[in-house]
Design a protein. Structure first.
Length: 326
């Protein structure tokens, strides 16, 4: 069981699925001989050839539209959007065409396709290369949305996404591409979509998060445990569908909730979870729900400003203290 990085795990998932199923193919900008902007597709062109690893023009709308056409014709395309920020250029194809296909054909047609997109900040990419757009699509019926936090999860979730018969948007925190390393099995495995991961059990506070924020939460836990606080850490893995069962079970036990996510605070995933808990579990809440998230501004380019902008370990610690001391 070798230790590999997240980007290596993503590449391995695509390679194994392409070996397993000849209908799986990869399309996107520079995914061929160049191996992708982050080298996620490196070596696939050489192994599978130009008919299964296809370079496209710089047109996100075309990339998604072609992927949808391939899916309708029986393929399982994995379409790479070079940066998640530019997924907005393919918004119509995703929201109005791909997401609605099964609904508007009464189930006669479906779209087994994956859209991969490096997302989020932390690499000084500025406002055009640092956004976290998962909330846009979590609001869209008909698509599933995944954000992995580890190499192990990235491989298992991507394989599950490729095998799914409905469209999946797979946001990859690029900050973790070469920072997140795991012992990843060489054997075939999948992680079910819509199943959260309880990384640490606890009794005092439910700390709910996903993506790169999982690692900031882990760092915060080291300080909180020194204060004899028992924190339950939940990695959502899937943004849509949400694993409500795991979330609800945790909150019924701890009665306190902190939500940590890198997206903008207003109308982010944390806002939806807070609303669900207020509607469904209000009687179990001993304190107000606290969100730790990015401010409602574009992501700064300046490294010091970006560091100031992003939610940090100390913000999580303060939020936990707030619900404990309420």
């Amino acid at each position: 069981m070798p230790e590999i990085t997240m980007v290596e795990a993503i590449r391995l998932a695509m390679k194994e699925e392409m070996e397993r199923d000849e209908s799986v193919m990869v399309i996107g900008e520079d995914v061929g001989m160049y191996g992708g902007a982050f080298r996620a597709t490196e070596g696939l062109y050489q192994q599978f050839g130009p008919n299964r690893v296809v370079d496209t023009p710089i047109s996100e709308s075309a990339i998604v539209g072609v992927a949808l056409g391939l899916a309708i014709m029986g393929f399982r395309p994995v379409a790479e959007i070079q940066f998640a920020d530019f997924i907005s250029c393919g918004f119509d194809q995703i929201v109005n065409q791909t997401a609605t296909l099964r609904y508007r054909t009464a189930g006669d047609m479906f779209a087994p396709m994956v859209i991969r997109a490096p997302s989020a900040a932390g690499v000084h990419g500025g406002l055009y290369h640092s956004q976290s757009p998962e909330g846009w699509f979590a609001h869209t019926p008909g698509v599933k949305v995944i954000v992995p936090s580890s190499a192990y999860d990235a491989k298992g979730l991507l394989k599950a996404a490729i095998r799914d018969d409905d469209p999946v948007i797979f946001f990859e925190p690029k900050y973790l591409y070469r920072r997140a390393k795991d012992d990843v099995p060489e054997d075939d495995y999948v992680i079910p979509i819509g199943k959260a991961n309880v990384l640490q059990e606890g009794d005092d506070v439910s700390l709910i998060t996903y993506g790169s924020m999982v690692h900031h939460c882990r760092s915060a836990l080291e300080k909180l445990e020194a204060e004899d606080l028992s924190i339950e850490l939940i990695d959502l893995r899937s943004i849509m569908p949400l694993d409500k069962e795991t979330i609800y079970a945790s909150v019924k036990k701890t009665n306190r909730v902190v939500l940590a996510y890198e997206d903008h605070k207003t109308l982010g995933i944390g806002a939806e979870i807070a609303a669900l808990l207020s509607e469904e579990l209000f009687e179990y809440l001993d304190t107000p729900i606290v969100r730790v998230a990015a401010p409602d501004t574009p992501v700064p380019y300046s490294p010091p400003l970006e560091e100031f902008y992003l939610p940090k370990e100390e913000d999580i610690v303060k939020a936990v203290h707030k619900v404990i001391e309420y």
